[in-house]
Design a protein around this ligand. Sequence first.
Ligand code: SF4
Length: 293
Amino acid sequence: MKTTLDIINHAMQEHPNAALAFSGGSDSIVLMDVIFKRTDHRPVVIYADSGMEHPETLPFIRKVCKRYGASLHVAKPTRSYLEQWQAQGWPMLGKLAAVMWMQKHRDRDFGYRLNVTGCCRNMKILPARKLTKQLGCTLQFTGQRGNQDDALRGMRELKDGSICYIKADKLTVCNPLLGWTDMMIRRYIKQNKLQQHPAKARGAITIGCLYCGGGGQFTNSGFRILRHELPEQWRRFIVDNGAGEIILSIKYDKPLDPVREAVKSLGGISALADAHPWIFDFLRMRPLRGYDK
Ligand code: SF4
């Protein structure tokens, strides 16, 4: 805790106008509590609304900000999620796996691309950073952790440390929770009786974007959870947004055109979603064992 407070105090000394990026997830709930309860600093709070959020997220965030007396600002992307996916690629398989998939298929035109990094950057990171700067802040706190969260974040931790100037976005980003483990987060939430996001409280693995295919190759795929928990949103994603055909294309490793032909011969995507909804649950024939956080 001392290190975390030292990082926060040092950052605020250098950047008196700061913002806190708040997603409503466990890590950002802890960081909010640490800053607002254990320091006198009062950064403005930024929530990036990608348009794919759980229906409970914004009401929950408003409630939390009200409780701490924090000033909330909502950042929105300049394009819809579907425009983003059509322009740069669908957010499937995870950051590294999507890059590897693109490399593997570079000589075959699949009729679409995968790009998780571009989706996160344009739908969340950039809108939040832009709004941070518009509000006159020169630093943004995030609840991002490091190696204890996942290997990719561990590499970023090694590269950037807890405070880093992002040249491309002309903004300093500070991650005071580097070094916190899952256990520490859970213990802090329990000891301080912090209220969790309603979806997390009822057992959801993540409260992130409903349509993210980042974990779609694992047994705890978000597609399957979405189908069971929010069938209306699931149908919009699979049928209306065309994600069903993309999922089948990745799963069976076939370009989009033959997949569309096959779907048509089976009565169309809507009929398939009615009759065999589970075929859209995973991005692999045999999903990998899901991570358990
Ligand atoms: S979490 Fe997934 S869907 Fe949401 S912005 Fe990031 S890549 Fe896109």
